[in-house]
Design a protein around this ligand. Structure first.
Ligand code: A2P
Length: 283
């Protein structure tokens, strides 16, 4: 990998730029537009938003204003929990596409699994929602479909009930929360993992052990975290509104973490996670 344009290949052959720009907590408006402009200048071509982030219009506006060929961009959005179900998912996708001002999405994800109550009920809810994504994919409105925050026990019944398996699972992943179990399941199932909050929302950046390793590569802890995701075959989606940090987070292609350090980082005890457990959240 030589830069953010380099790609991983999804199971259906569609290419996904290996580094994405996260937009969570970026409110609609000029701040988001400015951040995206800096990101485009820094070489990012992959932008990750969601209906729930409330910034799809600004993301779409910034990308359109850039004049960059649509085919060079990779845009992801996500279906919010209140829009689960076949018909509502189709309507939610339509609304996202309109807000983004696009004719197609590169990737559309179910943001969080239904996971509460009797198994048959939440499993059916996820399967009904997924049928809508399969339809959107089959009709060409989206180039790849997937899920977010699904654990193996959410993915298994979905894959049993579906015709097309998810191509992506976007999960919280960073040093101190390596998600070994979910990642192993995804690897075995040909599902590419994307890492949200690859910096643990900044919580892991002061960890002494990570600082020491980062110093040895002459990089920052943020860069170490992002590189660790990439070398684990996952697409990191760091978020920042700060120009220097946006550039810093894309400058992760000039060093390789050794196998020994990769293991040391992966073996750190769990810390810095958001605490959002897909089986416990109330949405
Ligand atoms: P800001 O947006 O104010 O620059 P994550 O992607 O893990 O959720 O982390 C996002 C948080 O980490 C944001 O608060 C962001 O702040 C901060 N952040 C992003 N990049 C860096 C960096 N390179 N160094 C320090 N903090 C960063």
């Amino acid at each position: 990998m030589n830069g953010p344009h380099d790609t991983f290949v999804l199971r259906n052959g569609y290419e996904i730029p290996c580094l994405g720009f996260g937009t969570w907590k970026m409110p609609e408006g000029q701040e988001a537009i400015d951040a995206i402009n800096v990101a485009l200048d820094a070489g990012y071509r992959h932008f990750d938003t969601a209906a729930a982030y409330g910034n799809e219009e600004s993301v779409g506006k910034a990308l359109k204003q850039s004049g960059i060929d649509r085919r060079e961009l990779f845009v992801t959005s996500k279906l919010w929990a209140s829009d689960r179900g076949y018909e509502s998912a189709l309507a939610a996708f339509d609304a996202s596409l309109k807000k983004l001002g696009l004719e197609y999405l590169d990737l559309y994800l179910i943001h969080w699994p239904a996971a509460k109550g009797p198994d048959e009920e939440w499993q059916k809810e996820n399967a009904d929602t997924w049928r809508a994504l399969e339809k959107l994919y089959s009709e060409g409105y989206v180039r790849a479909i997937g899920v977010s925050n699904f654990k193996a026990h959410h993915l298994e019944p979905l894959m049993k009930a579906s015709e097309i398996d998810p191509m992506v699972n976007q999960i919280e992943m960073h040093p101190g929360f390596p998600q070994q179990e979910t990642r192993k399941f995804c690897d075995l199932s040909g599902i590419l993992v994307e890492a949200w909050s690859p910096l643990g929302q900044g919580r892991v950046l002061d960890d002494d052990r990570l600082v020491q390793i980062a110093v040895s590569y002459d990089c920052t802890v943020a860069q170490l975290c992002i590189r660790w995701c990439l070398q684990n075959g996952a697409v990191p989606l760091p978020k920042s509104i700060t120009p220097e940090r946006i550039r810093e987070n894309a400058d992760v292609f000039r060093f390789d973490i050794s196998a020994d350090d990769m293991r040391k980082i992966s073996e750190l005890e769990q810390f810095g996670m958001s605490g959002l457990d897909p089986d416990e959240v109330d949405f």
